[in-house]
Design a protein around this ligand. Structure first.
Ligand code: G6P
Ligand code: MG
Length: 216
């Protein structure tokens, strides 16, 4: 009998593809500051908090900014990002994500969101799946960034589940590491070359099933 009783999902890149909106907003900011951001640069920002992302981007552009200037730049990026996510619709849920969430709940498993984003509430509302989570832990509730396991441990706690009974779904290397650091199983969503520390790697939740979950 499987010990798995709960699934904790990252948001960006697992449930919805908001990485493209983050990229557009960060790129616009970089362009206004006089340099460009490549898609490869953007990969390094996945799972990374807003403040830390800005620090990295300024470093890549060779720029130094005061704390106040950094706050204004991060706020500007977020305004552009929020404009984009406010226009999101339910058809932007990644293939298989909603069906797998429903399957988990019907099987009696608990579900939680574990994301670094402070905008997760808006996104869940816009795509219409807020009701499919028993707990939502996001950037507003945690202070330690992935690979620290804080976000997932809080999720397990709110669900009332020991970490060993939880599986985390993550598209970021730091996210897989956070799950492992928290004593949880990790399913990588993306490429096995990148997410090799995960217990299982799938290309998207459309490849996931309860059968595969119970084998973890
Ligand atoms: C997720 C994304 C990151 C993003 C972070 C914070 O982890 O993968 O790219 O920077 O959330 O998002 P926020 O919406 O709070 O700026
Ligand atoms: Mg992610």
């Amino acid at each position: 009998m499987s010990t798995i009783r709960a699934c904790i999902f990252d948001l960006d890149g697992v449930i919805v593809d908001t990485a493209v909106y983050h990229y557009k907003a960060w790129r616009r900011l970089a362009n206004e500051l006089g340099f460009d951001l490549t898609e490869k640069d953007n990969e390094k920002l996945k799972g990374v908090s807003r403040v830390r992302s800005l620090e990295l981007i300024l470093q890549w552009g060779g720029l130094t900014k005061t704390k106040e200037e950094q706050e204004a730049l991060a706020a500007q990026k977020n305004d552009w990002y929020v404009d984009m996510i406010n226009r999101m619709t339910p058809d932007e849920i990644l293939p298989g994500a909603k069906a797998f969430l429903i399957a988990c709940r019907e099987a009696g498993l608990k579900t939680a969101l574990g994301s670094a984003s402070k905008n997760s509430g808006t996104i869940l509302d816009k795509v219409g799946i807020a009701g499919l989570f028993d707990a939502v832990i996001d950037g507003n509730k945690v202070s330690k960034p992935k690979p620290d396991p804080e976000v997932f441990l809080k999720g397990a706690e709110e669900l009332g589940m020991p970490p060993a009974m939880c599986v985390v779904f993550e598209d970021a290397i730091v996210g897989v590491e956070a799950a492992k650091n928290g004593g949880m199983k990790a399913v990588g969503v993306g490429s096995p070359d990148v997410l090799y520390e995960a217990d299982l790697v799938i290309s998207g939740l459309n490849e996931m099933s309860l059968e595969k979950l119970y084998l973890l």
